[in-house]
Design a protein around this ligand. Structure first.
Ligand SMILES: Nc1ncnc2c1ncn2[C@@H]1O[C@H](COP(=O)(O)OP(=O)(O)O)[C@@H](O)[C@H]1O
Ligand SMILES: [Mg+2]
Length: 294
């Protein structure tokens, strides 16, 4: 059982393959991620507000919230890119402030804005990350080849990333983020701005990552359809506060809306429809970054 500020929630697993999950043996699964009263302020503005959250190993956790709710700020604290103003967080049992270096070695991160280097080939982008992650020189070619194959990018490996589609860039970034075989992967809006076909392909790869390596995935999205397709548990962030957290059924119970869709639950907890929440800023930002790559 995982205790949140909003109640008690049973952790769910994304796949039916619970072999690696300690709960199946009646034991407690180790939390992959835990925050206690985690807070981030910018000046006077509280952007993440005393957040208590726990994510179990092997879970695919979806953090939902309208633009400006604090999702990316939370991810930046969990990935050690931004120091917390107050409270604490641990990732794979490591403190994000005191053990930042070890945390960085244990996680993969795909930021919200497209980040691959358009002037390098796919292979070269991966090579840079293999060096950054200290993958031994002798292992680099094999690891890069595996990552390219896993993300279906072998044929494009020698091409400049500036010629890639948005979906290919996202797949390359996921390949980069998993080169060092992290236990926990952070995906900040992995499919924003992608067409439905590219989105489906990214979804398939995220599912495979979870099934094959039991990677814990912490992702944010505006798309309720995406959250429902991929995530076993959801947290809804509103103005920096976790206003709901649980499985779909758990959210339905907590809100006393037994038949509600995730869309309806999102609207219930945020006071805004999911479609409206995702329609503006971020998509435009990502598209702009996509153009900047070329
Ligand atoms: N570096 C920063 N300086 C000042 N304000 C920031 C900074 N980063 C984010 N914010 C503000 O924090 C709020 C939450 O932003 P963000 O975490 O990006 O939200 P989300 O990812 O949910 O859209 C927004 O109001 C944003 O303007
Ligand atoms: Mg964001």
């Amino acid at each position: 059982m995982v205790v949140h500020q909003v109640g008690i929630v049973t952790p769910a697993r994304a796949g039916a393959d619970g072999a690696n999950d300690a709960t199946t043996a009646g034991k407690q699964s180790a939390p992959a991620l835990e925050t206690r009263a985690l807070t981030r302020r910018f000046g006077d503005k509280v952007v993440v507000d005393r957040l208590d959250l726990s994510v179990t190993e092997g879970e695919v956790f979806g953090l939902l919230g309208r633009n400006g709710a604090g999702k990316s700020t939370l991810i930046k604290m969990l990935t050690t890119l931004l120091p917390p103003s107050a409270g604490s967080a641990s990732v794979e049992g490591l403190d994000v402030v005191r053990q930042a270096t070890q945390v960085r070695a244990a996680i993969g991160y795909v930021p919200q804005a497209l980040s691959a280097d358009g002037e390098l080939t796919g292979y070269e982008n991966l090579f840079v990350f293999a060096c950054l992650y200290d993958i031994p020189r002798a292992e680099r070619p094999q690891r890069i080849a595996e990552a390219l194959a896993f993300m279906d990018l072998q044929d494009a490996a020698g091409r400049l990333v500036a010629t890639y589609s948005g979906g290919m860039i996202r797949r390359l970034e996921i390949a980069q983020s998993m080169l060092h075989r992290p236990r926990l992967l952070f995906l900040d809006e992995p499919t924003v701005g992608l067409d439905p076909v590219a989105r489906d392909t990214v979804w398939a790869h995220i599912r495979e990552l979870r099934a094959k390596f039991n990677t814990t995935i912490f992702m944010t999205t505006h798309y309720m359809e995406e959250a429902q397709a991929l995530c076993s548990r959801f947290g809804i962030l509103r103005a920096g506060r976790l206003v709901a957290c649980g499985t779909l059924d758990g959210l339905r119970r907590d809100s006393e809306l037994p038949d509600a869709t995730l869309d309806a639950l999102f609207a219930h907890y945020t006071g805004e429809s999911a479609e409206a929440a995702g329609a503006y800023g971020d998509t435009a930002d990502t598209r702009q970054s996509s153009q900047r790559l070329s």
